[in-house]
Design a protein around this ligand. Structure first.
Ligand SMILES: Nc1ncnc2c1ncn2[C@@H]1O[C@H](COP(=O)(O)OP(=O)(O)OP(=O)(O)O)[C@@H](O)[C@H]1O
Ligand SMILES: [Mg+2]
Length: 296
């Protein structure tokens, strides 16, 4: 008798990552989804920014939100944070309605930087993520060991005690990531964290976020303009355009046929010898962007 016939049947294998939410397919309910949007439509100022959007991001995945200016990337984050209700469809974040589990989300808003006059030290900024924003506790209730730990995690120990206004953009960004991380979130949401960083710093911050995602099992959702610094780390991309989105693995979504279908016009994707993707012919902001300004 062969060994295969003995003992209880093996449990079903967990689905491979590649099987999650194929591009174009509706998001299917899975208990491990960190973020789920089904047939979502978001309206801003009376216009649909996007509609028919289906997104499923599994717990522990590293996902990027891409698309031109005005395509609705920040709008998606506002929906997930519970700041904007969907006009149609439904969304869950960490298995609950948006906003319900806000204490388990670390959030870094778009375009934050500090002028040279900002006197607060990096380490105090990180501590605010623990005391101020989260529970409204006074500073004396802080946990200095936890603050030092995340400062070390982002590689900012050497300069964390200097006034933040005197630090470089890349150094400030690391401290802001530490602030978003200090409360030990399950989901980290970052709006263009690579914005205004030079290429070496973009790569370094991308690698840092990938490491946090893998080692700390934090789901990372970040908005980016250039996918290339992230490409080797990403499990999933959400690509917005023409008031729609496509979702899938990066090299399945960022192709000429998929993006051309999304935009309804020819888009080319070139791959350089070193594996970088260059999207050519992308229409800029959606039509209603200019419609809206035409009223003024
Ligand atoms: N308060 C508002 N009132 C009216 N329209 C708005 C408002 N906020 C945003 N919008 C519009 O909603 C659309 C989506 O904006 P959103 O900020 O989500 O885009 P985005 O993809 O994050 O762009 P960017 O890459 O420039 O950050 C844009 O057309 C924008 O002009
Ligand atoms: Mg934005």
């Amino acid at each position: 008798m062969s060994a295969a016939g003995l003992g209880p049947p093996a449990p079903p294998a967990p689905p491979a990552r590649a099987e999650h939410a194929r591009e174009g397919a509706p998001a299917t309910a899975r208990p491990t989804d960190a973020v789920r949007v089904e047939h979502g439509q978001a309206n801003v100022g009376g216009n649909a920014v996007w509609s028919d959007v289906d997104i499923a991001i599994a717990a522990g995945e590293f996902a990027a939100i891409l698309g031109p200016n005005g395509s609705g990337k920040t709008t998606l984050l506002r929906v997930l944070l519970g700041e904007l209700s969907l006009a149609h469809g439904s969304a869950t974040v960490l298995g609950a309605p948006p906003g319900a589990r806000k204490g388990e989300i670390g959030y870094l808003p778009q375009r934050r930087h500090f002028g040279a006059g900002t006197r607060i030290r990096g380490i105090d900024l990180v501590r605010l993520g623990l005391d101020g924003a989260r529970w409204g506790l006074p500073l004396r209730r802080s946990n200095p060991a936890r603050v030092d730990e995340v400062v070390a995690l982002v590689g900012a120990t050497a300069y964390a005690r200097r006034p933040i206004g005197l630090l470089s953009g890349g150094e400030q960004q690391r401290l802001l990531i530490a602030q978003a991380l200090v409360g030990d979130p399950k989901l980290l949401i970052l709006d263009e964290p690579l914005d205004s960083l030079d290429l070496p710093n973009q790569s370094a911050v991308a690698a840092l976020l990938a490491r946090i995602c893998r080692e700390r099992e934090v789901t990372v959702l970040l908005v980016a303009h250039d996918v290339n610094p992230l490409l080797s780390y990403l499990d999933r991309v959400v690509y917005f355009g023409a008031r729609r989105a496509v979702v899938g693995e990066p090299r399945a979504v960022i192709t000429a046929p998929t993006l051309s279908r999304l935009y309804g016009s020819p888009v080319e994707v070139l791959e350089t010898a070193d594996g970088r993707l260059v999207v050519v012919g992308l229409p800029e902001a959606p039509a209603h962007h200019s419609d809206r300004h035409a009223h003024h």
